[in-house]
Design a protein around this ligand. Structure first.
Ligand SMILES: [Zn+2]
Length: 169
């Protein structure tokens, strides 16, 4: 079996590093914003959302969950000066397809009791309705005192067309 991950990194990085010229960028994002999106393999944030290197934080997790990303967002804002968050969920998201019980029983079945105990208290933050989930996640974030004066908007990216549309904000 081929370990594509390691092979791609080694081969791809050789070419990337050979042509690399942007080693003098500053640590804080130059355009002071963060994009939170899903880890879905079909999303290429830099290309699809027009993000220049060094301009923005890109935070990714399963489902583009604001709760899951809260720690990173606070670091982004308080330590690195970002003032805007774009929450981008997407069509065909895996998080629409299961619930906590399914995930936990799957772990128990494939990994056993000890593993089941490890995930017992995890909220997998799945959602049955995409647009509603965008609204709720944006609302959840905006209600936090630590997010005061941060501009938050919610979006849906279509993996079928490559188009992003604004839902709220
Ligand atoms: Zn997803």
């Amino acid at each position: 079996m081929t370990n594509f991950g390691e092979q791609n990194l080694v081969d791809g990085n050789k070419d990337y590093a050979a042509a690399f010229t942007q080693g003098d960028l500053a640590l804080p994002p130059s355009q002071k914003y963060a994009i939170l999106t899903c880890m879905d393999a079909r999303i290429d944030p830099a290309a699809a959302f027009g993000i220049p290197l060094g301009a923005a934080h890109v935070i990714r997790n399963a489902g583009a969950s604001t709760r899951d990303a809260f720690r990173s967002l606070i670091i982004s804002q308080q330590l690195l000066g970002t003032t805007e968050v774009l929450v981008v969920k997407h069509t065909g998201c895996g998080m629409l397809t299961f619930d906590d019980e399914t995930a936990k029983s799957l772990v128990a079945k494939t990994r056993g009791k000890e593993a089941a105990a490890e995930v017992e208290h995890i909220d997998f933050l799945t959602f049955p309705d995409l647009e509603k989930a965008v609204l709720e996640d944006v609302e959840w974030l905006k209600e936090k005192a630590v997010e005061k004066d941060v501009l938050v908007s919610g979006w849906i990216y279509e993996v079928e067309t490559g188009k992003a549309r604004k839902i709220v904000g």
